[in-house]
Design a protein around this ligand. Structure first.
Ligand SMILES: Cc1ncc(COP(=O)(O)O)c(C=O)c1O
Length: 385
């Protein structure tokens, strides 16, 4: 079955009412026909649903779809993307272990590594996402997991997944990829040797700015550990959000096709503007990793980043002149969104830390929505003028 069909037909079994569209299972717990059935289910001797912190038909459907899309053996759905990031790292490290991470990870992932895990005696080393040939020398005997994100937020730097997969295999280390920016429609890290992928379902997966959610998918034995961690620490996704997300996945492919088409046109428009210094978009020929982007991403994604001439002052002026697009920190919505990373999403980083991942004062990020692209370009044109 092709991607689109799996996304639509990966539905759980119908109830006795033979509903066409899957219902919501808004229940915290489930019942048993006998004491024996209950104790056998608790002991794992028979299949059954016990409690929605563990599993629920709506989350099971969502997990099944994401696993089919990513080529994963198993998964677990979490309340937010950050819960998925944390649950895909924390079960695999103990005091004294080490994490190798791309320097260009999402701000809250950076906090997990530098503040939360660091407090628990887990060390980390940041490596340059674009210099993967340098990574191996930072692997230590106690390195348990490699954490990366590609394309990165907001600089859209890519990491060569095939090379990362080979390094992880050679050293017997878990490779964990945050695949939120690309979605499984555009990129499948497990095909290149990753063992785990995490997602913020809040972004392109929902695609309509309605709910928070996350998912971890990957190799079954690793997901068993993620499940054990999550069952007892409690970051489960609500059945309502799982229902929304599962429905959203039915249209992921068509939405991403249009997001990518619009983003490429917006990137090309920006490249033609005198007041723009640089435009970053993976499938733009001028992207320094264009060949890699073509190899590992089906299309360039919905985010375009550019640098306006005149630094922070001009970037702020541009944002203040925007009329149609929204000023918001989110991304992956039907509505186009403009953000100034250095004063918002990445304001907690020092200037040196920002520059190390390519975030300049004049950088603006656009999450390209599904409005008519000419209207979005019209808004950007008038704001740049
Ligand atoms: C790459 C990436 N990973 C994880 C997250 C966290 O997702 P959530 O906001 O759903 O917790 C985000 C949020 O922007 C993100 O951009």
């Amino acid at each position: 079955m092709k991607f689109e069909t799996k996304a639509i037909r990966g539905q759980i079994d119908r109830t006795q009412y033979r509903e066409h569209s899957v219902p919501m299972f808004l229940t915290s717990s489930f019942t048993f026909e006998s004491a024996e059935a209950m104790s056998e289910t608790f002991a794992g001797e028979r299949d059954g649903i016990i409690y929605s912190r563990y599993s629920n038909p709506n989350t099971s459907e969502l997990i099944k779809k994401v696993c089919a899309m990513e080529g994963a053996e198993a998964g677990f759905a979490t309340a937010t993307g950050m819960a998925a990031c944390f649950a895909s790292i924390a079960p695999f490290v103990s005091m004294g272990d080490h994490v190798l991470a791309s320097r260009a990870v999402f701000g809250s992932t950076h906090r997990i590594l530098t503040q939360i895990l660091a407090k628990w005696g887990v060390t980390y080393t940041y490596v340059d996402p674009q210099d993967i040939d340098d990574w191996e020398k930072h692997i230590q005997p106690n390195t348990k997991i490699i954490v990366l994100e590609t394309p990165s937020n907001p600089g859209l730097a890519l990491i060569d997944l095939e090379k990362a997969g080979k390094i992880a295999e050679k050293h017997g280390i878990i490779l964990n990829v945050d695949n939120c920016f690309a979605t499984p429609y555009l990129q499948r890290p497990l095909d290149y040797g990753a063992h785990l992928v995490s997602h913020s379902g809040t972004k392109w997966m929902d695609g309509q700015g309605r709910i928070l959610g996350g998912i971890v998918a990957g190799r079954a034995d690793l997901i068993d550990e993620v499940i054990a961690f999550c069952r007892h620490t409690g970051p489960a996704m609500s059945p309502f959000n799982a229902w929304i997300l599962s429905k959203s996945l039915e249209t992921l492919a068509v939405r991403m096709d249009r997001h990518c088409e619009n983003a490429l046109k917006i990137a090309q428009f920006l490249e033609s503007q005198d007041v723009v210094n640089k435009v970053f978009y993976p499938h733009l020929k001028s992207h320094p990793q264009y060949d890699l982007a073509k190899k590992q991403m089906k299309a360039g994604g919905g985010i375009v980043t550019f640098e306006i001439k005149g630094g922070s002052e001009k970037a702020m002026q541009f944002l203040n002149k925007i009329q149609l697009c929204s000023l918001s920190s989110n991304l992956g919505d039907t509505r186009s969104i403009v953000t100034h990373p250095s004063s918002t999403t990445h304001s907690k980083l020092s200037e040196a830390e920002r520059l190390a991942v390519g975030i300049t004062q004049g950088m603006v990020r656009i999450s390209c929505g599904l409005e008519h692209v000419e209207d979005v370009i019209g808004d950007l044109r008038q704001a740049l003028s």
